[in-house]
Design a protein around this ligand. Structure first.
Ligand code: ACM
Length: 580
C-alpha cells in the first residue's frame, strides 16, 4: 500500500537517511568527527530512568518496546543503557523560545554512542520530546504496535541532537461536536500529536450540533443534547442527508482518562465550551437557556445541518449560573496543573465566536438587560458574558481564552485570543498586551481543501497545500519583538462538518499537521526562505512513519479512490486566500 506513494519521486530521494529526516526539524544535529558507531538497542538494553523520568520510561516500553519486542528492562549503570535524565540547566541554553532567550522546559539533548544513549531534558517534558526523536531515529517500524520481523537489534546512528521548541503552544483543535470522535479516537490523536512534538489538544466540545461532555448536574445536556436525529451530508447547500442518528459524548471518567493520557505525553487538553453562540444543543436540552421571549425554545432540537445558528443564549443571570455550574465541573476535570512544566493546562476556552445578535435585538428581556447594565448595544452584551467568565475563571486561578470575536466590545483583562479571522485579532490583542494563539482560517484551517483538483473530497474553502501550511508564519511581521512575545504559538483547526468518520479526519489533518508541527517547533526562517524541498524530502521518510502508525493521510499524488466523495457538494472558494 505504501509503495505507490513514491510514484514520480527520484530514487535518490528515497535514500534519505533517518538522521536527516527528523520531523519537526531539530535545532542542531551533529555527528562525531570519527563517524562513530552509534548505539544498538537489543535484548540486553536497559533503561536507567532518573527521578522524574519514570513516565518517559513507561512510554518507551509501551511504544518502542512493543514495536521492537525488546524488554527495555530497568537497569542501573554500566554499558548498553538508555539513560533518561533531567538536567534543569538545559532550559537556560541559548536558542530557545523567542524572547525568552532560553531553551525552556522542553529543551532536550539526545546523545548516542557505543555505550549509552542518553536523553537529557530540561524537564520530564524535554526528556519525552527527546524520546520522540529516538523513535524517529529507529526507523518507521518503531512506529508499529508489534514487531514485523525477527530483527532483535535496532541501530541508532552516532548523533547528538540538541533541540528546543520555538513556541510554547503547539496545537491541534479537534471539533468533536459536529462529528463525534469517540474516546478511543481522541487517544489515538494524542499519540499522533506526541509523535509530532505537539503539546496542546484544544477540544471543541459543544456546538449547535451536539454537546459532548457529561455534566453531572445537568444530565439532559448529554441525554438530549449529545445526539441529533439526522445529519446533512456535505456542505449545508447539499441536498443529501444521512438519515440516521448521530451522537456520543465523553463520560467524566472518559475525560479524566483523556486528560491523564495526554499528560503522560506532556500534552495539555484545553476544553472549549462555546458561549453565548453555537449553543443550540444546550438550548434544546434546557429551553430556558434560550431567548424564550423571541422564539419557542421548547420546540428546538439539536441542529442537523451546518452554519451558524441564530438560537443563542439569553443574557440572563440564570444562564450565567447554569454555565458557572458547567465550568465548575469542567475545571475539576481539566486541572490547571495537569501538565506541570511545559503545558498550557491553565487555559479554558469559552468560544465566543459567531454569535448572531438578532434575537437579542428582538428580545425585550435582552434589551432591558442592556439598559440595566448600562451597555451601548448587543456587542456589549457579548463582552459582558465574556468578562463575567474571565473574572470567574481568574478567581479560580485559570485563564480564559476565546475566539477573536471576544475583542469586540472590549477584551477582558486576563483573556487570551485564538486569532482565527486572520492576523488582525491577534495583532490587536498582542498590542494590548494579551496573549495570542495564531490560527488564521486562511492558512491553518484543515477543513479547507488540499488541492484544486476535481478529486478532492467535499472541497471546502481555499486551496491550502502542504507547502502552504509549511510557509505559514505565526508571528505577524508588524509586531515589535516585545509584542511578538505575546504570540504563545499556533494551532491547526480541524472542523468536522464534512468529516463524517475517522478516515476523513485523517485525510484532512495529515500530512498538513506535520507541516504545522514544524512551523510550531522548529526555528524556521521567514516563509520565503523556508526550505520546502528539504521538508518534502524529510516527508518522504515521514510518510513511512505515518503508514506504520496507520494514518489515512492524503498521499502527495492525490486521494486514493476510496478517499474521494464524488457527488457530495462542498463549497470551494476560488483564488488565493486574502492577505492575513
Ligand atoms: C470559528 O471558526 N468559528 C472559530
Amino acid at each position: 500500500m505504501s509503495d505507490d506513494l513514491t510514484d514520480g519521486m527520484a530514487a535518490d530521494d528515497m535514500a534519505v537517511v533517518p538522521e536527516v529526516a527528523l520531523l519537526p526539524a531539530p535545532r542542531r544535529v551533529t555527528v562525531p568527527p570519527s563517524g562513530g558507531v552509534g548505539f544498538v538497542l537489543d535484548e540486553e538494553t536497559g533503561i536507567e530512568a532518573e527521578p522524574g523520568t519514570e513516565g518517559v520510561a513507561r512510554w518507551l516500553r509501551a511504544s518502542v518496546g512493543a514495536a521492537t519486542g525488546l524488554p527495555l528492562a530497568p537497569h542501573r549503570s554500566g554499558p548498553n543503557r538508555l539513560l533518561l535524565r533531567i538536567l534543569p540547566g538545559l532550559a537556560a541554553e541559548p536558542g530557545g523560545a523567542p524572547g525568552a532567550g532560553i531553551g525552556g522546559p522542553e529543551a532536550y539533548r539526545l546523545r548516542a554512542d557505543g555505550q549509552v544513549l542518553a536523553i537529557d531534558g530540561a524537564s520530564a517534558a524535554g526528556v519525552f520530546r527527546g524520546a520522540q526523536t529516538l523513535r524517529q531515529l529507529l526507523g518507521p517500524d518503531a512506529f508499529r504496535r508489534a514487531p514485523v520481523s525477527a530483527r532483535r537489534a535496532w541501530h541508532v546512528p552516532a548523533v547528538t541532537v540538541e533541540d528546543a521548541p520555538r513556541f510554547r503552544w503547539r496545537g491541534m483543535m479537534l471539533d468533536v461536536a459536529r462529528h463525534f470522535t469517540p474516546k478511543e479516537g481522541v487517544l489515538r490523536h494524542l499519540d499522533l500529536m506526541a509523535a509530532h512534538k505537539l503539546n496542546v489538544l484544544h477540544l471543541h466540545l459543544t456546538d449547535d450540533q451536539g454537546w459532548r461532555i457529561e455534566i453531572k448536574r445537568y444530565p439532559k445536556l448529554t441525554e438530549l443534547g449529545s445526539w441529533r436525529s439526522r445529519t446533512k451530508f456535505g456542505h449545508r447547500a447539499s441536498p443529501l442527508w444521512e438519515e440516521k442518528p448521530h451522537g456520543g459524548y465523553y463520560t467524566q471518567d472518559d475525560i479524566r482518562e483523556i486528560v491523564a493520557y495526554a499528560a503522560e505525553r506532556h500534552i495539555s487538553v484545553v476544553p472549549e465550551i462555546d458561549i453565548p453562540g453555537h449553543s443550540q444543543a444546550a438550548i434544546a436540552a434546557y429551553p430556558e437557556l434560550g431567548n424564550t421571549d423571541v422564539i419557542d425554545t421548547t420546540s428546538l432540537t439539536v441542529w442537523d445541518t451546518w452554519g451558524i445558528s441564530h438560537n443563542v443564549l439569553a443574557p440572563t443571570d440564570n444562564t450565567l449560573r447554569f454555565y458557572e455550574g458547567v465550568f465548575e465541573e469542567v475545571l475539576e476535570l481539566f486541572p490547571a496543573d495537569a501538565v506541570p512544566s511545559a503545558g498550557c493546562s491553565e487555559f479554558v476556552h469559552i468560544g465566543g465566536d459567531e454569535c448572531p445578535k438578532d434575537q437579542w435585538r428582538r428580545s425585550p428581556a435582552a434589551q432591558a438587560r442592556i439598559r440595566e447594565l448600562g451597555l451601548a448595544d448587543e456587542d456589549g452584551l457579548q463582552s459582558w458574558f465574556v468578562r463575567h467568565f474571565d473574572t470567574w475563571l481568574a478567581a479560580r486561578g485559570r485563564r480564559l481564552i476565546g475566539w477573536d470575536e471576544i475583542l469586540e466590545g472590549g477584551l477582558a483583562p486576563g483573556a487570551a485570543v485564538s486569532s482565527w479571522r486572520g492576523y488582525g485579532g491577534g495583532v490587536a490583542a498582542a498590542r494590548a498586551g494579551h496573549d495570542v494563539v495564531m490560527c488564521p482560517e486562511q492558512q491553518v484551517y484543515l477543513d479547507h481543501r488540499q488541492d484544486a483538483g476535481p478529486d478532492e473530497p467535499v472541497p471546502i474553502g481555499y486551496v491550502r497545500t502542504l507547502g502552504d501550511v509549511y510557509r505559514f508564519e505565526p508571528v505577524p511581521p508588524e509586531l515589535t519583538p516585545e509584542e511578538a512575545r505575546h504570540v504563545l504559538g499556533t494551532q491547526a483547526n480541524v472542523w468536522t462538518e464534512v468529516m463524517e468518520d475517522p478516515a476523513r479526519v485523517d485525510y484532512q489533518t495529515y500530512p498538513r499537521l506535520a507541516a504545522l508541527a514544524e512551523v510550531a517547533w522548529s526555528a524556521l526562517p521567514a516563509p520565503a526562505d523556508r526550505d520546502l524541498a528539504g521538508f518534502e524530502r524529510r516527508m518522504t521518510a515521514h510518510y513511512r512513519r505515518l503508514d506504520a502508525l496507520g494514518v489515512a493521510y492524503r498521499p502527495p499524488t492525490g486521494p486514493r479512490p476510496w478517499q474521494r466523495r464524488p457527488g457530495v457538494l462542498g463549497r470551494p472558494i476560488e483564488g488565493p486566500p486574502p492577505a492575513l
